[in-house]
Design a binder for this molecule. Structure first.
Ligand code: CU
Length: 146
């Protein structure tokens, strides 16, 4: 009888070990951390992308980006808020002079960019082009096109 009791404990421990390994293996890679902290990959910058601007909870990073004429800039929403990239000034959106956009300027995403999504725009006019999040127009930045 004593042997059956130990056998039961050994089986329970074996099930726990196997169960933990299955749980660990099926989790997405970003949760397999060694220090117990969860890495939120959505908040990491666009690695390797030179002309990328991230929208975070407290605004755009970097606030000012200097690029050469003809460069495409990618905006990524890394916040929980809605993002609508629009040329300054709010609400007329007419600063960037290409005018085939939905409100005025072509430099306008014309829709909300959801969390984790990106939107890109090619700058074909030199100048200092201020922009803002049309959904939260106190958040803004500047693209300097040389
Ligand atoms: Cu606006």
């Amino acid at each position: 009888m004593l042997n059956n009791k130990y056998l039961g404990i050994i089986i329970i421990i074996a099930i726990l070990i196997i169960g933990f390994n299955i749980w660990y293996l099926i989790l997405p890679p970003e949760y397999n951390t060694e220090n117990g902290e969860i890495e939120i990959t959505a908040n990491q910058p666009l690695l390797g992308e030179e002309n990328a601007i991230l929208y975070m909870e407290d605004g755009f990073i970097p606030k000012t980006l200097k690029i050469k004429l003809g460069t495409t800039v990618t905006f990524k929403n890394n916040s929980l808020k809605s993002l609508w990239i629009a040329s300054d000034n709010h609400p007329t959106h007419a600063l960037y002079p290409a005018t085939d956009g939905c409100i005025a300027s072509a430099f306008d995403s014309c829709k909300s960019i959801k969390q984790g999504e990106i939107w890109s725009f090619k700058f074909d006019v030199a100048g200092n082009w201020g922009y803002h999040n049309h959904m939260n127009h106190n958040d803004g930045g500047t693209i300097i096109v040389e």
